[in-house]
Structures are given as structure tokens and as C-alpha cells.
Design a protein around this ligand. Sequence first.
Ligand code: DGY
Length: 329
Amino acid sequence: MSTKKTVIVYQRALKPDLREKLERDCHVLDFSQTQNLTEDGEFKKALSQAHGLIGSSVNLTPELLDQAPNLEVVSSISVGVDNYDIDYLSKRGIVLCHTPDVLTETTADTAFLLILASARRAVELAEMVKRGEWTGGIAEPQFGVDVQGKKLGIVGMGRIGAAIARRGKFGFNMSVSYHNRSRHEDFERELDADWKELDDLLRDSDFVCVTVPLSDATRQMFGQREFELMGKDTIFVNIARGGVVDEPAMIEALQKGTIRAAGLDVFTTEPLPNESPLAHMDNVVALPHIGSATHETRYAMAELAVDNALAVLEGDKPKAPYNWDALDR
Ligand code: DGY
């Protein structure tokens, strides 16, 4: 690049080597430590100069991005793209990039962490130990349920869903079924997995694990009816987005024992407000959206996001564009 283009880094700080890589070709404006970004006057001013944005977890509305007339690329440090108006970006010819693949295995680990912790009541019982209340042998009131050999139902069979299914099938001898808009015969063969209608999957699974992206089609897809279909022995695990669940209906189902327990990495409002019953219930394992949050994986995601942005700004096709085919350029 002859004249340096301007890139804003927001919400996620880059490691020094990645920042240096970006600075070799670009003028970098760092808003990674700015709270309430969308209200920040300096950020809005910076947008007017920006050719690229790298970050995540902020809803970048069209109204906000209208203030960035030179924008060529939004490079999200996430696989999910629910924070962006894809039609708007495509119409403006702005490339949206994301970070698939590099987080698949780590996110599948998080799903299994939630499956095991919920089934064996690991958090609730560890807290009992911390309070000094482990005063005798553990008996039936503290027993959990087995994971191995049980029925795992996965809603959304993409890369992450398949990685969870492999853990269940090969690590825990579980039988796997899945619901997805389209069938994946390769997964079915590899994992001996059955495609099921959603209602059948909910009725038949011991563990229901949600991995669908948030979209108009999946918003609030789990409500009272779906929790009633699952039944009192089912454990519900959500590593997708809080918005796919009707949260008050889930809280009621957990309080009434309509389902056994939930393992949750995502919530309608994040950070989860302390007033939410989900933060305090014994049959809920609530994690602070750590799906991909390991040193290795977050580095790999940031690296891919930087490479994606640089490629677009240099006029090349990035490794992981999300809207390439829809671009109006
Ligand atoms: C993702 O990459 O979409 C994770 O959920 C982090 O936002």
C-alpha cells in the first residue's frame, strides 16, 4: 500500500506482534480499551477516517457505519456475525470477514465442559467444598447423572456441532442425533448420526446442545413448548447465542424442574446481570461467554482477523470472507 490506510482496533487488544504486522501497512487507531464504544465521540470521529475495523462484540449498526464513508472491511474476531447488518455491508461493498475453523475445537471443548459440569453438578459441589460444607460422604442428594452412553442431540450441525458430536461419539460412546436445515450425510456416516425433526430430537435426547447461529430464523427458537418437549431428565446446553432462547421460559423450566439442568455460555444480556436467577441457580452452570477464550485460540482468531483485513485493504480476497458472494461492488 502506498498511502497507509486507517484501521480501527476495537474491543479486543491485539498482541504486540499482530499490532506491528498491522502497523507495517496501516495507520492503527486503538479503541480496544474504550468502554461504551458506540457512545464515544472520539470513536465516531475516527470512523470518518477508517478503511478497516477489527474487533468484536459490538453491534455495528448502519447508523454508526454511515459515519465511515471510506470503510472497505469489517474484520470480526468471531465466527458469529450477528453483530452486523450483512445486507447493509454488502450493499455498500464492505467486506465482512470472520474467524471460522480456528475456534472449532476449543468451542467444542467448552460445550463438553458444560455437558460434564451440568451432569456431574461440578460447580454446585465445588462451591459446597469452598464453603466448608463437605462434612460427610456424598450421597444421593448430591449425585449427578452419567454422560457416557447417553443420547446427545445437537441442534445446528456445522463445524462446531460436528466437533461436539465427535467428542460425544468417540470420547463418551454417546449416540448422536442432530437437527439442521440441511442434512449432512458425511457427518451421518462418520458419526453414525441420525437427522431428526427438532421436536423428535428434543423428546429423545438426554443432552440437547445448541450451536445454531443467531438469525431471524433461530431467534427464540427454544421456548416453553420446547422445554416441555425435552422433559425433566434433559440437560440443555447453549454455546450459540442467548437470543436463540426465550430466557424467562428457560428460567421457569429450570425452576419448576421441567428440565433437569442447563449449561450456558451465552445469555440474552451479556455480561449476565447479577439480578438474573441464572447467575444463582444450583442447576445452572453459567459461564461468561468463554467459548473460544483460550490463549491459543484467541491469538489464532486475532491473527486471522488481521490477515483478513490486510488482504482486503491490499485488494485481495481474504481467507475468511463472510459476504463475498453478496457484495455489491
Ligand atoms: C464467536 O466467535 O462467535 C464467539 O461466540 C465469540 O463471540
